[in-house]
Design a protein around this ligand. Structure first.
Ligand code: PLP
Length: 373
């Protein structure tokens, strides 16, 4: 049996009759960037996420950069986030002129350890980026309380949590700005790069719109130095069709995660992920932990059995070459570092079959059988 880490082809087959005419329609209008299809999808996605405004941009990375800029952040401002995230979260802080400050994570949910957050706040701190990693939202009551008490902006990096929620409220609707990526592999993914920033404040939405289009609200009238970071019409129509299926696909992901949980809980040497109270986890990826010394060997073994796995992420941001200048050393974020050595992401996508999951779980058991202490 072959179990790819992700397979997007099956999903296309289920929606192609609906998708293809929409794509053809864009070519027939001859209008490709922003315009009515983008405005329509911005409205649909903002409504789905329970916010007032959506601003479509080029990528999730740009959504984060523009979000920081739209809130007026700049040179020397400290922004608190985690090191166990896709590098874009941290790059965005630097591109906006800020300094990333890292907090360690919890070993069971892999999300920010809120008990350690307050210690990182200094007079220079201006914002927190809450990363809803792997599809699981951060404990929002607590992090919003900390942000409010310390007069900090709160940005959500919801690039891995489309449709996820905390106490019934959707990811991306809590912070001053919620940022999403529509990279093809995400829970809601386009056929190329794309992203969106959501907010409830009209002025912030106006700032975001200007920033994404060369600082202008009216063509050739440039109020500020902006970017070329516009969403295109092709992405908008593809995403508009897929949005209708997002809840169903997330339900499928959750069923598959339940099956992994049933098959892998209690298996010696395997730590399965935990979902914190109040969270509806949408499993962008399904991440387990094994002994660090066995991680790569298990990956090779699974690969030899036709099973694709990944590591999200093998080198935490604070130890990455790019952020060496921040002066971090090994041991600064012990839980983050331990997780980076022991995590494995198992195959996960809405159309993966139960049989495929059973096969993956069985092969993990086969490999670990005689290897655990
Ligand atoms: C994917 C991702 C991003 C970046 O999104 P792009 O669209 O690839 O730029 C940012 N943060 C997290 C947590 C992500 O997973």
């Amino acid at each position: 049996m072959q179990v790819p880490f992700i397979d997007l082809r099956k999903q296309y087959q289920t929606i192609k009759d609906e998708l293809n005419p929409k794509i053809k329609g864009i070519f027939e209008t001859g209008s490709y960037v922003l315009g009515a299809p983008v405005a329509e999808f911005e409205g649909q996605f903002a409504q789905y996420c329970q916010t007032n405004f959506g601003v479509g941009v080029n990528s999730g990375t740009d959504a984060l950069i523009l979000a920081l800029k739209a809130l007026g952040l700049g040179q020397g401002d400290e922004v608190i986030t985690v090191s166990n995230t896709f590098i874009a979260t941290v790059e965005a802080i630097v591109h906006a002129g800020g300094k990333p400050v890292f907090v360690d994570i919890l070993a069971d949910t892999y999300n920010i350890d809120l008990k350690k957050l307050r210690d990182k706040i200094t007079p220079k701190t201006r914002a927190i980026i809450a990363v809803h990693l792997y599809g699981q939202m951060v404990q929002m009551d607590e992090i919003m309380k900390i942000a409010k008490e310390n007069n900090l902006y709160l940005i959500e990096d919801a690039a891995e949590a489309h449709g996820g929620s905390y106490k019934g409220r959707r990811a991306g609707s809590f912070g001053d700005i919620g940022c999403f990526s529509f990279y093809p592999t995400k829970n809601l993914g386009g056929c190329g790069d794309g992203g969106m920033a959501l907010c409830n404040d009209e002025k912030i939405a106006g700032n975001l719109r200007k920033l994404r289009d060369h600082g202008s609200a009216k063509k050739y009238y440039h109020d500020l130095v902006g970017y070329n970071s516009r969403l295109d019409a092709l992405q908008a129509v593809v995403l508009g069709v897929k949005l209708k299926y997002l809840d169903q696909w997330n339900r499928q992901r959750k069923q598959k995660a339940k099956l992994y949980e049933k098959l892998l809980s209690g298996v010696p040497g395997v730590v399965i992920p935990k979902t914190a109270a109040g969270v509806d986890h949408v499993y962008y990826v399904y991440v387990i932990r094994v002994l660090a010394a066995l991680r790569e060997k298990l990956q090779s073994y699974l690969s030899s059995k036709g099973i694709g796995t990944m590591v999200h992420f093998p080198i935490p941001a604070h130890l990455s070459e790019a952020f060496k200048y921040l002066g971090h050393k090994e041991g600064d974020l012990p839980v983050t570092e331990e997780c980076s050595r022991s995590i494995i992401s198992l195959p996960m996508f809405p159309d993966i079959s139960d049989e495929q999951i059973e096969y993956v779980a069985q092969e993990i058991k086969n490999y670990l059988q005689d290897k655990t202490v």
